[in-house]
Design a protein around this ligand. Structure first.
Ligand code: ACO
Ligand SMILES: O=CC(=O)O
Ligand code: MG
Length: 354
């Protein structure tokens, strides 16, 4: 562990100063694309106006014989594409792979000034972040970068979950953490075969009404990811970084995708990955508070005055704790509206619930 006094010191001579606070920019959807796939990259100019984050993926889902093409494709795109207000992130290959070192060296050296965040897969513990942290500092110094690259960890190994608090606080570069349910399921030896989402076999059943154990018993499917998402959210909030739900692989099932995203939103996540353009609008809808919730939050804040004491609004008690929740919603709405004019209009259109 670095001394608290040294925590914000650059890790290489000439590297930029680490940030003290993670910049708050909308990141409701981290949209994955393969930078070596021309059909996908042709859609980027359009997707840049729809997605908060575009992520050039170099890891899983890119064939081994296309890794170098994907890396080179990302360099070319970063140099030649106007991404507008969308952030450009990348997911490098895992640190034990033959590609990770060249991913970092090439990307930081050639387009480090165009990238915002580097997503690191299969992070097992703080040691993985420390390795990336020092290497990035050396590469940034050599490339003469003035702004430090931020790091995002994927929580997708059993060790990573066991060490999530240390990972979240391992470096001032830590921007956030995403749940990676597919690799995590494999690492935990769960008996699922899906990329995120629920499973019909993971359920609870109501008690039997009589002797017939089969009659009239309702079952309720449970959320496989509740424990991990909640733990990740706490680790992130405690360290001032941002939590995200990861992939939902059943592209056709837009209904369950929305449910999974909403569970994550309600538990504290700020966004999710989108694997296909159809998921972008789902994430936008879910990770933007509804106009009704924003109107209610603004009303509670207004009626609570200095934010202390207790008042009754529409039969519900409000006090310091509920006004704090309302501030989370109202501040998120303001931040999103600044980037999303349609949303700003929707928030303005709904009058505060009187
Ligand atoms: C567990 C994990 O690690 S998850 C993260 C890694 N996985 C990924 O990144 C997957 C990214 N997504 C994909 O590879 C694709 O969306 C797939 C394979 C799931 C589906 O692709 P397709 O079968 O081509 O889907 P579909 O036919 O509906 O695509 C429609 C169009 O959208 C394009 N498209 C599909 N996905 C994307 C995307 N993520 N970004 C941009 N364009 C896309 C297709 O190229 C196609 O273009 P076309 O109309 O010019 O032919
Ligand atoms: O990388 C994501 C995952 O779910 O695995
Ligand atoms: Mg994975």
């Amino acid at each position: 562990m670095r001394s608290p006094k040294d925590f914000f010191a650059p890790l290489a001579v000439g590297a930029p100063d680490p940030v003290r606070e993670i910049p708050v920019r909308p990141s409701r959807m981290i949209h994955f694309f393969d930078p070596g796939n021309e059909k996908m990259t042709a859609k980027l100019p359009d997707l840049a106006s729809k997605a908060d984050v575009l992520l050039g993926n170099l890891e899983d889902a890119v064939r081994a014989d296309r890794k170098v093409a994907a890396r080179q494709g990302l360099v070319a795109l970063a140099k030649n594409t106007d991404f507008g207000a969308a952030q450009l992130w990348t997911r490098i290959n895992s640190l034990d792979s033959p590609w990770a070192l060249d991913d970092l060296i090439t990307l930081v050296t050639e387009v480090g000034d165009r990238l915002d965040v580097i997503m690191v897969p299969k992070v097992d513990g703080a040691q993985d972040i420390h390795y990336v942290d020092r290497l990035l500092a050396q590469l940034e110094a050599r490339a003469g970068l003035r702004r430090p690259l931020l790091v995002h960890a994927i929580l997708e190994t059993a060790s990573g979950v066991a060490n999530v608090e240390e990972i979240a606080g391992a470096s001032p570069r830590m921007q956030g953490i995403s749940l990676g349910p597919a690799d995590l399921a494999a690492s935990r030896r769960m008996k699922t075969t899906r990329v995120g989402g629920g499973h019909p076999g993971y359920l609870v059943r109501s008690d039997p009404a009589g002797d017939d154990l089969h009659a009239g018993r309702t079952t309720y499917q449970q959320d496989l990811w509740h424990y991990t998402v909640a733990r990740m959210v706490d680790a992130c909030a405690a360290n001032g970084i941002l939590p995200y739900y990861g992939p939902f692989g059943d592209i056709r099932d837009v209904v369950a995708c929305e449910d999974q995203f909403r569970n994550a939103f309600l538990l504290g996540c700020v966004g999710a990955w989108t694997l296909h353009p159809v998921q972008i609008e789902i994430a936008r809808k879910v990770f933007s508070p509804s106009p009704e919730d924003v109107a209610w939050a603004r009303r509670v804040i207004r009626e609570m005055g200095d934010g202390t004491g207790a008042v009754m609004i529409d039969g519900k008690m409000q006090d310091d704790a509920s006004v704090k929740q309302c501030k989370v919603v109202a501040e998120l709405a303001d931040a999103l509206a600044a980037r999303d004019p349609e949303l700003a209009k929707a928030y303005d259109a709904v009058k505060e619930t009187s």
